[in-house]
Every structure is written in structure tokens, then in C-alpha cells.
Design a protein around this ligand. Structure first.
Ligand code: ME8
Length: 535
């Protein structure tokens, strides 16, 4: 089986500063990508910006600058946030880049030539914010956008339409043949019942009312509608239609390469209905999976600057460290479900899992190996008693569970399993009572075995956590004394591979947090003046 993996985030609109919601999606994708690389997959991880459209043009005009200058400015805040979050993307696509613009023009020309698009005129209810037309029924009597709730305006313009009707059967067949194309599974029913069953209209794919977009060569005055432009980023970034298309060939064109788009629920329709149709029209393979993650909400609803409930990411990372913030995002909010950020849960999660559970296991183990063996970790000599056997079994089960769950993108569940291993090891210490074994010369083998079992578990847990702990896993390995060239996934999965290593007690990696003080700190961050809160 090929071990290739291509993962993408949505390309975000550079219409405002990025917030914890954007950081959430990108960080989860980063954790998945790093996990695959750790396991030896040939991985490509893409993120980027969706820089065209009326909204951007309006925002730039309001600031009195060109749209390009505007997006260049916002792009910097995004790349700076990704560097703060230690995002390991392999490329950063911006839809104003020549590589993208040129290819989208060619794709459109191909659609015109093949009669996949046709010129007509469109009248409907338009939402500037969503850049979408809606039908009379969808906007209701109030004339509000069904997606974002903002007022819509009635508009008519000459436009090209994509022939969805030509590709609908193929789409439904693809759904049938690939039951896990849309995950979580309930999202598929939503698409079929809300958009396909009521009758799918042909999709309007050009605009004439603004010009901040990719021009249609065949029809001056038309620019390509932002979704056709935006969705194709996933292939233009790989070099599709360009001189160097080696990445496109290596990833997209390899039918065994798993191609995964991770998106928020707000854009499911575009990724699961129109994108596969565009790909069909280009005679290209479809993505293996569209994974729809949930929204990260605040107690009083969606994060928004006007509500003053936006969590500024950089000061949070500066205060708690990037590893802790990444851990919180992966572990607290179940990937695939909506979740709520509260300062209390943030602090309590870090205390419970990182200080009390993982940090405690590391400190106790390294101290005991230093105390009882002068630092040299005993060799593995088999499982001497039931407690040893039990922990070894959890070790093996954790590897299997981690691999299956992370392949299913059950990120939160996979890390819950890793933390269960850590809890099992802490329980094993209590039950084995090494301090008592140390007093009894007849129990010397059991004591050695106990230290070996603990150190093996920490090596594995540190490795499985390394896609999250981008700085601290290395410190865990330093404390265990693992040489740089032995810090591999295979070694960590090999029970006993820490035998003979000399531990080196270091700083406490996850000091316990004072709940009241820290909750206060986060609340102050949320209330911080705008310039401080800007990412
Ligand atoms: O829709 N919680 O861009 P966008 C979790 N350009 N995720 C959140 C979030 C929150 N509170 N807020 C935003 C667009 N997101 C298009 C995409 S793709 C070809 C084009 C994340 O800037 C979530 O992943 O509005 C959502 O789908 C995405 O940001 C929307 O970003």
C-alpha cells in the first residue's frame, strides 16, 4: 500500500485578522500531518489564502488601499500566526499568485470549450458576505442569508453557469461508492437533503459587478466567481497545469495517495458538491475525504471582535507555550464536533493531563531511575509479574489504537488513548510501589523491570505526543537520555528500547497552574484593547 498523504486546510479569507478558530483548524491539520510524517508517510500539507472577491475589494477600498496591498498586509498576520503555532505546512498558496491565476484561466477556458459552462444571466438574492446567491425560498420573507443571517440584496447580472446537471449522477455514484467521502457521516445526509434533493441549480461561476478576481479571457468584464477560483487552489498549489507538475503527479494523480480536505461546516456544500463536479469536468480524481470539523464557540456564541470575546492567540502561546495551546485544541474540543472555549476548561485540561498526568509520570520516573540506578535505565528482561504484563499490553494496544484512530482523523480520541496509557503507568507506579521494592534486595529484578516499563511507556507517549509537543517532546527525550538518532517512531514502539539510556533530570516541563490566577489572566486577554488582541 502506498503511504502518501495530502492534507489541506481551507484557504482563509484575508478579510480580517485570524483568530483562535482559524488557528484551531490549521493546528489540527498540522498535528495530523506531523503524525503521518512521523509514521513514514510521504506527506504534503497545504494551507493558504483566498484573496479575491467583492468583500476583499470593499475592505481595501474602505482603507483607501489597493486590494493587493490589503491582502499582502493580512497575509503577513496569517503567516506570522502560523509561525507562532509552529505550523509545518509545505506550501502556502495565495490565489493572487501567478501560478494559480494562470492555471484557473486555463481551467475556465477548458470549461468553455467543453461546454461545461455557458453564458446566461442570473437574478437572485445575493449575500455579499458569503459571496453566494440564494433562492427566494432560501432567504425567506425576511430576506436574510440562510448561511450567515445577514440581509441579502436582489441582483441581476450576465454570468456563466457551470452545468451541475451534467455531473450530478457521477457525484451521487461517488457518494455511494465512497461511504466515508464525507465525515462525520451525518454531513452527507445534510448535503443530500438540503441541497441535492430539492433540486440542484446550475452554479453561477462568474461575476460582472466587481473586478477583483481572475478575468475570464473569453468574456471581458467577467471575473471568475470566487469558489471556482478558491477550490482549485488544492491542485494549482501542486503544480497542476504548470511546467513543474511533479507534486501534482506524485500526490493527486496517485490513486493510492489519500487526499483529505479539512474544512469547517460552513463550507461543506462547496467542497462536497461543486468541487467533485469541477474535478470530474477536468477528468481528475476526487479527494478521498472531506472532513468537516466543528466550530469553536465562546460561551456567548461565535467569536467576534464586537462581542469582545476573541481569544488573541500570540499572547496565549507566549504565556502557556505553544505545546500546551496545541494540546488543548487537540484534546478538549472533539475533532468533528462543535466545542466551546472557556478559560476554566483550558486551565483545568492543562493541569489534569499535562501537569498531573504526563509531567508527573516523567518527573517521578526520571527521579527514581536517578536515585535507584545512578541514572542508567535497566534493560528489559521480559514481563516479570501481572502488573508488568498489564502495562505492556496497554502499551501495545495504544499503538494500535493511535494508528487506527489517527488514520480515521479521530485526533481527540487518539490522544485520549495516549493519556490513558500515561494514566495506566501512573497507576502502575502506585500498585508496584517501587519505593517498597527498593527496600527489599529480593525484589531487585522487579524494581529494575518497573523502571524499564515506565521508561518505555514515557518514550512511546513522548513520541505519540510529538505531533502536538513540537518543542517539549525533544525535552522528554533529553530527560530519558535518548540519543538524537534513536528518536524514531519505530524505536519508541519497540518495548525496552530505552534499556541502558542514562536519564538526565531537567526542568519541570508542565508546571502546575494556579486555576484562579490563570482564569483571570485569560479573561484579561479577552478584554484586552484591540491593538493588543490583533493576531
Ligand atoms: O470560508 N471555529 O474562508 P474563511 C472553528 N475562503 N473553525 C473556524 C472558526 C471557528 N470559530 N472560524 C473559522 C472561507 N474557522 C473560504 C474557504 S476553501 C477553498 C475557501 C475555520 O476565512 C473553518 O475551518 O471564512 C472554516 O471553514 C474556515 O475557517 C473558513 O474560513
Amino acid at each position: 500500500m502506498s503511504k502518501k498523504f495530502y492534507i489541506t486546510t481551507p484557504i482563509y479569507y484575508p478579510s480580517a485578522s485570524p483568530h483562535l478558530g482559524h488557528a484551531y483548524c490549521t493546528t489540527l491539520c498540522d498535528i495530523i500531518a506531523r503524525g503521518k510524517r512521523m509514521r513514514g508517510f510521504d506527506t504534503f500539507f497545504l494551507t493558504g489564502l483566498d484573496e479575491h472577491g467583492e468583500k476583499i475589494q470593499k475592505n481595501a477600498a474602505a482603507k483607501g488601499i489597493t486590494p493587493q496591498a490589503f491582502v499582502d498586509g493580512v497575509a503577513e498576520t496569517f503567516t506570522s500566526l502560523w509561525s507562532t503555532m509552529k505550523i509545518s505546512n509545505d506550501d502556502f498558496i495565495r490565489t493572487t499568485q501567478e501560478r494559480h491565476v494562470k492555471t484557473v484561466e486555463d481551467i475556465f477556458s477548458r470549461f468553455v470549450k467543453n461546454d461545461d459552462v455557458y453564458l446566461s444571466s442570473y437574478k437572485g438574492w445575493y449575500c455579499v458576505h458569503e459571496e453566494s446567491y440564494w433562492t427566494e425560498t432560501q432567504v425567506g420573507d425576511e430576506h436574510l442569508c440562510p448561511e450567515c443571517g445577514r440581509p441579502v440584496e436582489e441582483k441581476e447580472e450576465g454570468a456563466y453557469f457551470f452545468r451541475c446537471s451534467k455531473y450530478l449522477d457521477r457525484l451521487l455514484k461517488y457518494y455511494d461508492e465512497n461511504p466515508t467521502f464525507i465525515v462525520p457521516l451525518g454531513r452527507k445526509a445534510e448535503m443530500v437533503n438540503n441541497f441535492i434533493k430539492p433540486g440542484l441549480n446550475e452554479l453561477c461561476v462568474t461575476r460582472t459587478t466587481f473586478d477583483w478576481g481572475i478575468p475570464v479571457k473569453e468574456a471581458p468584464g467577467h471575473v471568475i466567481y470566487v469558489w471556482l477560483d478558491a477550490l482549485t487552489n488544492y491542485i494549482t498549489a501542486l503544480g497542476y497545469g504548470q511546467e513543474d507538475d511533479s507534486k501534482f503527479k506524485n500526490y493527486w494523480e496517485d490513486p493510492d495517495c489519500e487526499v483529505v480536505h479539512v474544512i469547517g461546516a460552513d463550507i461543506t456544500r462547496f467542497h462536497t458538491i461543486y468541487w467533485p463536479m469541477f474535478l470530474d469536468a477536468m477528468e481528475l480524481r476526487k479527494p478521498s475525504k472531506v472532513f468537516v470539523h466543528g466550530l469553536m464557540m465562546m460561551k456567548d456564541g461565535k467569536m467576534s471582535k464586537s462581542k469582545g470575546n476573541v481569544i488573541p492567540v500570540p499572547p496565549l502561546v507566549e504565556h502557556y507555550g505553544v505545546d500546551s495551546v496545541r494540546y488543548y485544541l487537540a484534546r478538549e474540543i472533539v475533532f468533528g464536533q462543535d466545542g466551546q472555549f472557556t478559560p476554566e476548561q483550558f486551565v483545568e485540561r492543562l493541569n489534569a493531563d499535562l501537569s498531573n498526568n504526563f509531567g508527573n509520570l516523567l518527573n517521578r520516573t526520571v527521579s527514581m531511575i536517578a536515585k535507584y540506578y545512578g541514572g542508567a535505565t535497566p534493560e528489559y528482561k521480559g514481563d516479570l509479574n501481572d502488573l508488568d504484563k498489564g502495562l505492556h499490553e496497554v502499551f501495545n494496544k495504544t499503538i494500535a489504537a493511535y494508528e487506527v484512530m489517527s488514520d480515521d482523523l479521530k485526533v481527540t480520541e487518539s490522544y485520549a488513548a495516549v493519556m490513558e496509557l500515561v494514566s495506566a503507568a501512573n497507576k502502575y507506579i502506585e500498585e508496584s510501589a517501587p519505593w517498597a521494592l527498593a527496600k527489599d534486595p529480593a525484589k531487585a529484578d522487579e524494581l529494575a523491570s518497573c523502571m524499564q516499563h515506565l521508561s518505555s511507556v514515557i518514550f512511546l507517549a513522548g513520541m505519540l505526543l510529538s505531533p502536538i509537543f513540537v518543542t517539549k517532546s525533544e525535552k522528554v527525550f533529553d530527560q530519558l537520555g535518548v540519543p538524537a538518532d534513536k528518536r524514531t517512531y519505530e524505536n519508541a514502539c519497540t518495548f525496552g528500547s530505552t534499556g541502558g539510556l542514562v536519564v538526565c533530570k531537567g526542568e519541570q516541563l508542565f508546571p502546575r497552574l494556579d486555576v484562579a490566577l490563570e482564569v483571570e489572566f485569560i479573561k484579561n486577554l479577552m478584554a484586552a484593547p484591540k491593538e493588543k488582541a490583533a493576531a
